[in-house]
Design a protein around this ligand. Structure first.
Ligand SMILES: [Mn+2]
Length: 337
C-alpha cells in the first residue's frame, strides 16, 4: 500500500520542490502521485521520480549523458535524455510481468545529466567516467544511463570496472561497435567495446552482442570481433531459435558473472525506433527485446545504458517511448535482485 505525502514532509531540509510524491510504507520516495498531478504536468524527471538531492540515499540512479560528438552519421543523440524523460511520464509504479513495484522496492532517483565536453572526446570520456563513479558511492548502488551516443558506454564500463572489476557485457545493437578507428579517432560510437576489451574491462569470453545485422565493411569485422572475445546472436538467428533460444544463449554466455547491459536503440527495427543515428532494417521488435530482458532477472546487473535515441528523426515519440520503457525494464530488473 502506498500513501500520498508532500515532498517537504520528511524531505531534506531546504528542499524547494513541492510535488506530492508517493511514499512506500518503508519510506521510499516514489513517483509524483498521478492522482494529484496529471502525468503531463510538473517537472519532467525520469518517470517523475525524485531528484537525487531530494532523498538521503538511493539504490538506483538514472542519469542522462547528453553527448553525441562520437557519431559517424546522423547527429542528435545529445537530445536523447530530454526526450526519454519526457516520454517516461507514462511509466506506472507496478511491473506486472515481473511482479515488481520497482519504485517502492528500491529508492530510484533521477540524478540529472552528466555534463560532457562536446568538442573534446577524450575530455568527455574522463568527465563521464568521473560522473558515473560519483553516482557509485557504494557497491550496491546501480546506474541506468540515458545516452547520448554509444561512445558513453566506454567510460561507463571504466567506472563500473573501478567498483566491480571486469564484468560480462550483454550488448543489444544492430552493430558490433568493435571497430578500431574512424578518421583516425579511437573513441567513437563505433568503437567502445573494442576499447573496453583492450582495457580488460570485460570478463574474457563472457560477452555477447544481440541483434546484429546490416552491411559491414568486411568479413574481417566479424572475425576480429570474435578474436576480441565476443559471441554474436545475429538478428536472423531469432527467426531460427526464437526468443527462448536467444535467452538461453545469453544466460549461458554470462553465467554467474556480474553483467553490464548496453542497449543501442537501433537494435530495434526502424519501425519500432526510427529516431536513431544509424538505422538498419530487419531488427528486433520491442516485444522481443523486453522478453529477452525480462529473462535476465536472475542476473546481477551492475549497470546499464540506453543509447542512440535521436529525437530529431523520431515520429510521435515512438523511439523515446521505447527508450523510456527499456530503461524501466532495466530498473525493474535491478530492483528485483
Ligand atoms: Mn551502438
Amino acid at each position: 500500500m502506498q500513501r500520498r505525502v508532500h515532498a517537504d514532509e520528511g524531505m531534506r531540509k531546504g528542499s524547494d520542490v513541492h510535488q506530492p510524491y508517493v511514499r512506500s510504507e518503508t519510506g521510499i520516495v516514489g513517483q509524483v502521485d498521478a492522482r494529484a498531478v496529471p502525468r503531463y504536468a510538473g517537472i519532467g524527471t525520469f518517470a517523475r521520480l525524485p531528484l537525487r538531492h531530494e532523498v538521503d540515499d538511493y539504490d538506483i540512479a538514472v542519469a542522462g549523458v547528453p553527448f553525441d560528438s562520437g557519431v559517424t552519421y546522423r547527429p542528435g543523440a545529445r537530445f536523447g535524455p530530454s526526450a526519454i524523460r519526457q516520454a517516461s511520464r507514462l511509466l506506472k509504479p507496478y511491473h506486472p510481468a515481473l511482479d515488481v513495484a520497482p519504485f517502492a522496492t528500491k529508492q530510484v532517483v533521477d540524478a540529472g545529466d552528466i555534463a560532457a565536453n562536446p568538442f573534446d572526446i577524450d575530455a568527455a570520456v574522463d568527465e563521464i567516467r568521473a560522473g558515473v563513479l560519483g553516482l557509485l558511492t557504494r557497491p550496491e548502488q546501480r546506474v541506468v544511463l540515458l545516452g547520448g551516443d554509444h561512445t558513453i558506454a566506454l567510460p561507463a564500463l571504466q567506472a563500473i570496472n573501478a567498483v566491480h572489476g571486469p564484468v560480462a557485457l550483454v550488448h543489444f545493437d544492430a552493430h558490433l561497435d568493435t571497430w578500431d578507428t574512424y578518421f583516425g579517432a579511437p573513441c567513437t560510437h563505433g568503437t567502445p567495446f573494442r576499447r573496453a576489451s583492450e582495457q580488460n574491462l570485460l570478463v574474457k569470453d563472457r560477452s555477447a552482442h544481440v541483434g546484429i545485422r546490416g552491411s559491414l565493411y568486411d568479413r574481417a569485422d566479424l572475425l576480429e570481433d570474435a578474436e576480441l572475445g565476443f559471441t554474436v546472436v545475429h538478428c536472423r538467428d531469432i527467426d531460427r531459435i526464437g526468443v527462448d533460444g536467444v535467452i538461453e544463449r545469453v544466460l549461458e554466455r554470462v553465467g554467474d558473472h556480474p553483467v553490464y547491459v548496453s542497449i543501442d536503440i537501433d537494435v530495434l527495427d526502424p519501425a519500432f525506433a526510427p529516431g536513431t543515428g544509424t538505422p538498419e532494417i530487419g531488427g528486433m521488435t520491442s516485444r522481443e527485446l523486453v522478453a529477452v530482458l525480462r529473462a535476465m532477472r536472475e542476473l546481477t546487473i551492475v549497470g546499464a545504458d540506453v543509447v542512440e535515441v535521436a529525437p530529431a528523426y523520431d515520429q510521435a515519440e515512438v523511439t523515446a517511448v521505447a527508450g523510456a520503457n527499456i530503461a524501466y525494464e532495466l530498473i525493474t530488473l535491478m530492483a528485483d535482485s
